[in-house]
Design a protein around this ligand. Structure first.
Ligand code: HEC
Length: 186
């Protein structure tokens, strides 16, 4: 059995697929720009976390500069940068945001601020000596992080192991997602 289509038949087939996908493409292009922007912001956060998570699990050599870079990428996407992309009622079929965001706005905004706090602290503490005892599992990002209670005073955090602030960051992502993001199979 041939496993690929003969080339002369591919052209017309592709044309069909492209034509058929035009209306769908138009729908995507009309997606709410705030929703698109916040999904991109969240993807960037995910990338930053993933780039350094193996270091905190001792699966990759620790690199303080890389940790500082990731911390800055996270910290600069927190606070108002994040909350501004959630105007009241901005939901569509694609969005995983829950309407409870706008009923508990202070809670939501505080979590966005916590992300700045722990991002700045991680940046400040990146070069500190590390202890491995508190290193969190990266899988905990989307899990139940209620058990973790990192300190929240910036001066204290800056003097501690960077592991503590990384843990604080993961806890912040996790708390916001468990309260304000739809659970899905992803
Ligand atoms: C203040 C609340 C809040 C914080 C803090 C937060 N998130 Fe999110 N995140 C959300 C919400 C709400 C959504 C769903 C957005 C939507 O679909 O409209 C989301 C979606 C995501 C997505 C899916 C994006 C997509 O559509 O593909 C990823 C990945 C993600 N967040 C990673 C992170 C990481 C990593 C952190 C921590 C560094 C983090 N988030 C911190 C609220 C938050």
């Amino acid at each position: 059995m041939p496993t690929s289509l003969p080339a002369p038949r591919l052209g017309p087939l592709l044309a069909l697929v492209l034509l058929a996908s035009l209306p769908f493409y138009t729908t995507l292009a009309q997606e709410d720009p705030d929703i698109q922007a916040r999904e991109q912001l969240m993807k960037d956060l995910g990338k930053a976390i993933k780039s350094v998570a193996p270091m905190f699990k001792d699966q990759a050599p620790y690199d303080a500069d890389a940790v500082r870079g990731a911390a800055t990428a996270i910290e600069t996407r927190g606070g108002k940068e994040l909350t501004a992309l959630f105007p009241e009622g901005s939901l569509d079929a694609e969005s995983e945001a829950l309407p409870t965001i706008w009923e508990n706005w202070e809670d939501f905004a505080r979590l966005a601020e916590d992300m700045v706090l722990y991002g700045q602290a991680l940046s400040a503490a990146a070069g500190n000596p590390r202890t491995t005892a508190e290193a969190p599992a990266a899988g905990a990002i989307l899990g139940d992080l209620a058990a973790l209670e990192p300190p929240s005073d910036p001066a204290t955090l800056a003097a501690l192991s960077p592991n503590i602030s990384f843990e604080g960051l993961l806890k912040t992502c996790g708390s916001c997602h468990s309260k304000f993001r739809k659970k899905d199979e992803k």
